[in-house]
Each structure stands twice: as C-alpha cells, then as structure tokens.
Design a protein around this ligand. Sequence first.
Ligand SMILES: [Zn+2]
Ligand SMILES: [Zn+2]
Length: 239
Amino acid sequence: MTPFRRAPRERPDRPPVGYKIARPMLSADGARLGFRGVSLGGDIVYGPLDDARCGYERRHRPPSRWCACGFYCLHDAAAAIELGCATEYRDTVLLEVAVLGVYLRHERGMRFERQRVRRILWPRCACGRRSEGVLDTGEGILGWRALTGSCAVCAGHRPLLRFDAYAGLGGPGVTAACDERLAPPAPRAPIAADLTLSLDQAGGADGLVPQLAAEAALLQARLDWFQLQLGRLGDPTDG
Ligand SMILES: [Zn+2]
Ligand SMILES: [Zn+2]
C-alpha cells in the first residue's frame, strides 16, 4: 500500500519548489551557466531561468497531457539524490528549482513550463575532500563545457572556478555548495579504460537497464495520470 503523501501547500505568492538532477555546463565564453537534463531532451542546455522546449520537437508549449515533455522535478530531495546514485548519473548535480508557469502536479513530482534554479548542490571531489569549485571535465557539446566539482588540491594548476563566483554567473538568488549527501563522481580512469567501458555500455544490455529504470522513475508521474483515467473508464458509475 502506498503511504498517503501530503501534497505541498499551495501558496499563490510563492512558487512550488522541487528537486532534480542535471548535468552542469558552462558556456564557451565562461559567462553563462547551463544544465542538461538526464532523460528526455538531454541534448538541450537550459539556463538558470528558462522555458521548457518540447524534447520530441513537436511545436507546442510544454507541459501537455498528450506529450511527455517539459521540465520534471520531484517533491523530495531524497528521491532526486537516489536517482543521482546510478552510475550513469554520477556526473550530475542536485538542483533545487522554483516551479514557474503552468505545471502538472503528480504523486512524486511535477512537470512544468518554466524553471528558476535556486540552489546547485555538488558532490564531494572524486578524491573525497569537499568540493570548493568547478573544473572543465574536458568534455562537452557544441558551445558548452561539461563541469565537475573539485577541491583546490586536485585542481592543481587548472583554473578552479570557486562556487561563489560560479553561482554569481547564474544571477541573483542562485547559490552553489558542496553537499555530502550526494554520491561522488568516480575517480577519472585512464582514457583507454574509458573507451572500453563506453563501448561495452553501448553494445550490452547492462548499460541499458539502469537507463530504463531512471526513465521509468521520471515518467512515473505521467503514468499516475493515465492510471487515473483508466480507472475512470473502468468504473461505470463515474460519469
Ligand atoms: Zn512535447
Ligand atoms: Zn580533490
């Protein structure tokens, strides 16, 4: 039996808050923060205040009942932290976001139109010390560098962008800090080992299973709605 979950109180003057994981990015000129989602529309980089775009390239404004696109978040930080434990999500940060615009509320979370990132929480440095800032990972996509949290010792001579300065790029009200509840990234492996691992994952079912599990968690909110509709169809007394 599912325990009854109290819905967060609606406050017209204060937007609802949710939690999610995302891949942190920095623009090529080092002036803007970006975030990539971990599921649908993972190639889209969003700013700290941004509108969702349809990951299926349909021309409509998310969220919609007939499309699974839009920003997703979970009500509980703990649920988002659990998702971030999966091997393929160890390069993510935990975001606390304000849910703006149109939103659909589901049992475990919300799907919504516009988000404002308020807190960016980083795991420890891969060495085990508290992270103090961000470093370029050496990976990225067109126009955006991927970031990882690091301590000053491991940064060595590489430029460590301290959390305060990093958060400042996101505009007023954005903060960044190390959060020891988060699963840390794996220590960087030699390049040859990396290549072997990614080929294995691409070709084998082992890599696919956790991916599907995470997709299922994110889409659970949508299934809740379908189940409700099916329940109504099956009940002749329901108008
Ligand atoms: Zn859509
Ligand atoms: Zn370190």
